[in-house]
Design a protein around this ligand. Structure first.
Ligand code: NAG
Ligand code: NAG
Ligand code: ZN
Length: 307
């Protein structure tokens, strides 16, 4: 026992000194496998110690309404995804090879969908990367988009607004979400790290929310949430969650990390906001209801005026 403790201390001090070891999540940390846990990512990649990092905790009360944050247009999101879903050792990822892109949402230009992946907790427990008023959801979907003129992520990351990630939360529901069955079935085939399987009968549209549930979202400027942590991301985090049953959420915890441990809690902890602002859509609605309120007050006072 004591010998184990001494070994641990030895390895812990080695972890601090040794550079060049691979990055990992806190949940993968153990004395036997020296890897860089999130608070040490900055040692291997200085960006991770930057001032505009992601994810963040979104404090709704402090978000600023912005009427320019209009709804998105999702183009070719309904096309079937003909791609492989891969266990890349820290998440499941699908590299998209089709024509899907987004417009609107106060993005300067169209951004094309490059890949999507997820972050989750332990057996359906807390696991999202962003939190809202301190609440951590069981899972979070990231659909990574880049400006259309770039052909790969590396080039897009050289532009401070080269990447636009759409983030969706998940919430537990009683009944399973049938639209997610193709992806749930596929991940049962790729529990081992480094494996992949074809995705069938799935479109991006099936993964996200109906348009009426995507009008409310948060917007801020941040970074990738894995090393290199590059600060080149326009973040959009949708308020309304996608519903999956507990059993569906738990399927993700059957995957295994690169080190063969159960792939659970593969999220980065929230980062300081520093001097950034978080905006929210729906400014126009707020203004409209304020006008309505003023009008109704005027009417009431008008009516109570003696003539
Ligand atoms: C799972 O893998 C098997 C064997 O490789 C394959 O026949 C099957 O279609 C795969 N199922 C899914 C849902 O990917
Ligand atoms: C859309 O939002 C409504 C109201 O919050 C909710 O009842 C409904 O289940 C949502 N639809 C989907 C597909 O998530
Ligand atoms: Zn992510």
């Amino acid at each position: 026992m004591q010998q184990h403790l001494i070994q641990c201390i030895f390895l812990a001090s080695c972890l601090k000194l040794c550079t060049g070891s691979e990055w990992c999540y806190e949940s993968q940390h153990n004395c036997g496998s020296p890897c860089n846990v999130p608070e040490k990512w900055g040692h291997a990649n200085e960006n991770c110690f930057g001032n505009a990092q992601s994810p963040i905790n979104i404090v709704h009360r402090k978000t600023l309404p912005d009427e320019r944050l209009t709804p998105f247009q999702f183009k070719y999101y309904q096309h079937s995804i003909e791609a492989l879903i891969k266990n890349n050792g820290h998440s499941v990822q699908v590299n998209l090879n089709k024509d899907a892109y987004v417009n609107g949402g106060h993005l300067e230009m169209p951004y094309k969908a490059l890949q999507f992946h997820l972050h989750w907790g332990r057996n359906g427990g807390p696991g999202s990367e962003h939190t809202v008023d301190g609440e951590q959801y069981p899972m979070e979907l990231h659909i990574v988009h880049i400006k259309e003129k770039y052909s790969n992520l590396e080039d897009a990351l050289k532009d401070s607004t080269g990447v636009a990630v759409l983030g969706f939360f998940y919430e537990e529901s009683i009944s399973p979400n049938r639209k997610y069955e193709p992806i749930i079935k596929a991940i049962r085939n790729i529990t081992a790290p480094g494996t992949n399987t074809p995705l069938v009968d799935l479109s991006l549209e099936q993964l996200i929310l109906p348009p009426e549930n995507m009008t409310n979202y948060y917007r801020y400027l941040g970074s990738l949430t894995t090393p290199g942590c590059t600060e080149a991301v326009i973040w959009t985090v949708f308020e309304k969650p996608i519903y999956l049953s507990k059993e569906q959420l738990q399927e993700f915890s059957k995957l295994r990390f690169k080190d063969d441990k159960p792939m659970m809690a593969n999220f980065r902890p929230v980062q300081p906001l520093n001097n950034r602002k978080v905006y929210r859509s729906g400014g126009a609605v707020v203004v409209a209801s304020a006008i309505l309120l003023v009008a109704s007050i005027a009417m009431v006072t008008g009516l109570s005026q003696p003539d």
